[in-house]
Design a protein around this ligand. Structure first.
Ligand code: 1CP
Length: 336
């Protein structure tokens, strides 16, 4: 079994598994080249040959333990019939939510739009040795997807929680539909060959504490239980919820927690009962000099010595990162 799957299942394994969030992406010249010729981002996500190629690009260059499917969390709103576009220099733009249309979209309609994703996973599986590399499928968590769907753009640009959760009927219905479709999307990814599922709750940190249970813990729990029922390991990333990571762990009980860079790794080692942990290193560190990078990588390796740990970052690789820096970090981890 692959190093990553072994670690997730808390078995003895040989060395620390390593992969990077956004390992396929804009810091790689070979990705940028394909992207230039393919202006429509979602169309690229559904292009079977190109998306397979992009998913495998980082593994061609580097000694990584996993391939992550090249796709996006926003294929779910798209599959539900909400128009999504990615604009250069702006990010995602979504049309206004039409609840009636979304509710009317059934599983078959969704699969009609999104099924190329599963074909891409099948193609990836044919090109790698599944005993050595994990295939990571992924979804956005209900809250993070709901937020993009109602906000119609990144909350980085414009966000007020009151506006998002004002229409409780809409919120309740959307969450229910999202949970159902997220589970379907996971099921199909597993059937196609995904050996690990990661749930990105990238904007969990925008929730006030009193709303975490309803919008973050409960929906993640339902999805984690679904993934577990498919006998598949599941990594949760409820980004930026600080000390509430502990409450998340106690309620949701995923196979592994991915931590962001605001979390003190020592606190994690002392409080999470040997639960496999992933990530943590601030992606901005990768933009500094080698000495500083080495010092910070070694800090995580030291804290998580004798602990089930997956090396990764506290969020995605930044576009300004030099590919050589990724190689440098892998070398440090492999030689540790
Ligand atoms: O060339 C470009 O401009 C496209 C940039 C890009 C890429 C490479 C986007 C647009 N998505 C992706 C791929 C992607 N997205 C992957 C591929 C696999 C890999 O990790 O290598 C994954 C896992 C995602 C997941 C994703 N999309 C998340 C969750 C992870 C995170 O970063 O927090 C989120 C929030 C998105 C939405 C999204 N898609 C793209 C952008 C620029 C954004 C973020 C917009 C925002 O800031 O709100």
């Amino acid at each position: 079994m692959s190093r990553l799957n072994n670690c997730l299942e808390n078995k003895k394994y040989n060395g620390i598994p390593i992969w990077f969030m956004r390992q396929a992406g804009r810091y790689l010249p070979e990705f940028i080249e394909i992207r230039k010729k393919n202006q429509d981002f979602l169309k690229l996500c559904f292009n079977q040959d190109l998306s397979t190629q992009i998913s495998l690009q980082p593994l061609k260059r580097f000694d990584l333990d996993a391939v992550i499917l090249f796709s996006d969390i926003l294929v779910i709103p798209f599959g539900l019939g909400q128009n999504v576009q990615f604009e250069k220099g702006f990010g995602p733009k979504l049309e206004k939510v039409n609840l009636e249309k979304i509710i009317k979209t059934d599983k078959k309609d969704f699969l009609n739009k999104v099924s190329p994703v599963y074909e891409i996973i099948k193609k990836i599986k044919k090109k790698i040795n599944i005993n050595e590399k994990s295939i990571i499928g992924f979804v956005g968590a209900p809250w993070t997807l709901l937020l993009y769907m109602i906000n119609q753009q990144s909350p980085k640009r414009n966000f007020e929680i009151e506006k998002i959760i004002k229409d409780q009927e809409l919120v309740k219905n959307l969450l229910k539909k999202l949970e159902e479709i997220i589970c379907l999307h996971i099921e199909k990814q597993i059937e196609a060959g995904a050996t690990v599922i990661q749930i990105f709750d990238s904007w969990a940190g925008l929730l006030p504490k009193k709303e975490l249970s309803r919008y973050c813990f409960e929906p993640n729990l339902n999805i984690v239980n679904f993934v577990k029922s498919k006998k598949t390991s599941v990594i949760c990333f409820p980004k930026d919820i600080g000390k509430e990571y502990l409450e998340f762990y106690n309620i949701v009980k995923p196979s592994c927690l991915s931590i962001d860079y605001n979390i003190d790794p020592k606190w994690v080692v002392n409080n999470f009962n040997n639960l496999p942990i992933q990530g943590g290193l601030d992606p901005k560190i990768l933009l500094t000099d080698k000495e500083n990078i080495k010092k910070n990588v070694e800090k995580y390796l030291e804290v998580f010595k004798d602990y089930p740990y997956i090396f990764n970052l506290g969020h995605g690789v930044l576009p300004e990162t030099k590919p050589e820096t990724i190689r440098f970090i892998i070398e440090i981890v492999r030689n540790s």
